[in-house]
Design a protein around this ligand. Structure first.
Ligand code: HEM
Ligand SMILES: *[C@@H]1O[C@H](CO)[C@@H](O)[C@H](O)[C@H]1NC(C)=O
Length: 334
């Protein structure tokens, strides 16, 4: 009788906290490797070649494209919704708080789309362009390769509301961030690996001010060099909000343009730039995440393997409501 009671309590009290909508996999999964085999056989080669130029022009472009794909997939699935411009009848996601004055790369996708449209008009979706270019970007800065499944539709709508609520923010609690990944069907292991993308790219002062004037000195106290590091960060990012808000610093200050596991070493040193990054190692709620961070710091191959798997998993979050292949990534077809 007692056992039964515990059982009921577990189900009535704890389970509801974790009853998120996990996107149900369709019986016959629609994405394939050879979706464009007959309609646009050169798509992977053409994008790869252009991506080489794009990353050579500025290695930060790799980081920018990886992040753009992530922000697409967490809102209605990977459906190119993030690319839609605001019109009279469509609100768009670009002005939502996690994206505004921060998310970049829309012009790069336009550039890829133009080239692909001249090669195979009306065939390749913008959502697939985001997925393929994020993979190529990763390789071009030294990260792992994985096969990209294709055949995504572009959405005919966007969601400002979900862009605001689904995307994690740097000052959010670890548990709340775990919940956001979980509701997308992504585990804690997926989450820790995917955030490893912060091994490339930059963050703005407004997103790390609370960290460098907060517990940075406490978490990094074991490392003597961190005194000079935090001083240099504070020079870039003054304490008063409004001053230098958009100044940037690398999230991995050792190898900012290289996709490696040194981001996890910054966390081990207590030098993570974002509160949300450091929390994976330091938070009292982060027993599980701390173990995974340590594993990836020790074993770069384990990180690469999981990052590849988790990027495929994230890329498989689909928008079930059908769609189209947009002619222009910024607008729904008329
Ligand atoms: C806890 C979850 C996450 C949070 C809170 C977070 C937050 C942030 C923030 C605040 C920035 C800096 C933006 C700016 O200052 O303009 C950033 C940049 C970046 N994020 Fe994340 N992120 C998370 C997860 C991810 C994931 C899952 C990926 C990709 C798989 C990713 C990829 C990137 C990249 C590559 C950049 C650098 C972009 C650039 O240089 O412009 N992030 N993220
Ligand atoms: C794309 O949309 C069409 C109908 O508009 C649908 O038949 C197809 O299954 C969709 N594909 C994916 C990957 O959702």
């Amino acid at each position: 009788m007692k056992l039964l009671l515990v059982f009921i309590m577990v189900h009535t009290i704890f389970i509801p906290c974790f009853s998120f909508d996990i996107p149900t996999l369709l019986p016959a999964f629609p994405l394939t490797l050879d979706y464009y085999k007959s309609t646009c056989p050169t798509v992977f080669d053409v994008i790869k070649k252009e991506m080489e130029c794009i990353v050579k022009e500025d290695p930060r472009n790799a980081a920018i494209l990886i992040r753009l794909h992530f922000h697409d997939c967490f809102v209605q699935g990977c459906d190119g919704s993030v690319l839609l411009d605001e019109t009279e009848t469509l609100k768009g996601e670009k002005k939502a708080s996690p994206n505004i004055n921060s998310l970049k790369g829309y012009e790069i996708i336009d550039r890829l789309k133009n080239i692909i449209e001249s090669e195979c008009p009306g065939v390749v979706s913008c959502a697939d362009l985001l997925t393929i270019s994020a993979r190529d970007a990763t390789i071009l800065v030294g990260g792992p390769y994985w096969d990209v499944l294709v055949g995504r539709n572009d959405s005919k709508s966007a969601s400002y509301a979900h862009a605001t609520t689904n995307l994690p923010t740097p000052d959010e609690s670890l548990l709340s961030i775990v919940a956001k990944f979980y509701s997308q069907g992504l585990s804690v292991e997926d989450m820790v690996a995917l955030i490893g993308a912060h091994t490339v790219g930059m963050a703005q002062c407004r997103n790390f001010r609370s960290r460098i004037y907060g517990d940075f000195q406490v978490t990094s106290a074991l490392n003597p060099l961190s005194v000079t590091y935090v001083a240099s960060l504070r020079k870039i990012c003054p304490a008063n909000s409004g001053e230098g808000d958009s100044n940037v610093a690398a999230m991995d200050n050792v190898t900012p343009n290289l996709f490696d596991n040194s981001f996890y070493h910054t966390l081990l040193r207590g030098e993570g730039l974002l509160n949300s990054d450091q929390a994976m190692y330091t938070s009292v709620f982060g027993i599980q995440t701390r173990k995974i961070v340590s594993k990836y710091a020790e074993n770069p191959v384990a990180f690469f393997e999981q990052f590849s798997k988790s990027m495929v998993k994230m890329g498989n979050i689909l928008n079930p409501s059908g769609g189209e292949v947009r002619r222009n990534c910024r607008f729904v077809n008329t």
